[in-house]
Design a binder for this molecule. Structure first.
Ligand code: URA
Length: 228
């Protein structure tokens, strides 16, 4: 971070709304290098200084990463007039600037990365990078071997180009599918092209990230920057 006003530094660090921060400063509850600072407009590179609120250190992280187990029923967006959003599930987190890396359908569960790191998100989503995404899938009937092979080998789902190769593993009665693209409703459309309906869909990995077995739907963990 660079030189900025104290008020902005505290706001970016998630210390409250602008008016809450102004009150904290006015009340002398904010100190810089051990001295109360009552001037919110003072400009410094606060990342290099010791800033506290009520004696507690304020830490500023430029980029943050949260791995959410998205529950069914919420949308992969930052705001929505009608439904809960994945970002709203991060209770107690400063969600300013956070967005989901890609989308899962409203009824899909599983791994969703939420961050403010646009460059990392771009690397994760770039079609050129072929990042692997693995899904656990329930179908309305058992998957025939011949259909498994069709879906694995560049199935046509009505787009300009057929899909890239996929890998399917049987996990009776469910299946796992690994794809390296991120087309709209892709998994559902791949199975629909062979006459199957996906009755349950959960993403269990994306690139280097794995959904922890014990992370309940709706729960999230803070993680380090994914190496990608
Ligand atoms: N494919 C789908 O059909 N839906 C998702 O949510 C993700 C992949």
């Amino acid at each position: 971070m660079a030189v900025c006003r104290l008020e902005k530094y505290l706001s970016d660090a998630g210390c409250g709304t602008r008016s809450e921060i102004r009150s904290l400063i006015k009340a002398g509850r904010v100190s810089v290098n051990g001295m109360p600072c009552t001037d919110g407009s003072r400009r410094e590179d606060y990342a290099l200084l010791d800033v506290t609120v009520d004696g507690k250190a304020v830490t500023y992280e430029e980029f943050v990463y949260y791995l959410l187990n998205k529950p069914a029923g919420c949308v992969s967006a930052t705001r929505d007039a009608l439904s809960d959003t994945v970002v709203e599930l991060l209770q107690g987190v400063n969600t300013k600037g956070l967005f989901p890396v890609g989308r899962l359908d409203k009824d899909t569960e599983g791994l969703l990365l939420i961050t403010n790191d646009g460059q990392m998100a771009h690397r994760m989503l770039s079609p050129k990078k072929h990042v692997e995404k693995k899904y656990y899938v329930n179908l309305d009937r058992p998957l025939a071997q011949a259909d498994k092979e069709k879906i694995e080998n560049c199935i046509d789902i009505g787009d300009e180009k057929p899909c890239l190769p996929a890998v399917i593993e049987y996990a009776d009665p469910a299946v796992f599918i690994t794809i390296t693209e991120g087309r709209y409703h892709q998994v559902k459309r791949m199975f629909a092209a062979c006459g199957y309906e996906v009755t349950y869909l959960k993403r269990i990995s994306m690139g280097p990230l794995q959904l922890p077995d014990d992370l309940q739907p709706g729960a999230y963990i803070k993680i380090k920057a994914p190496v990608i």
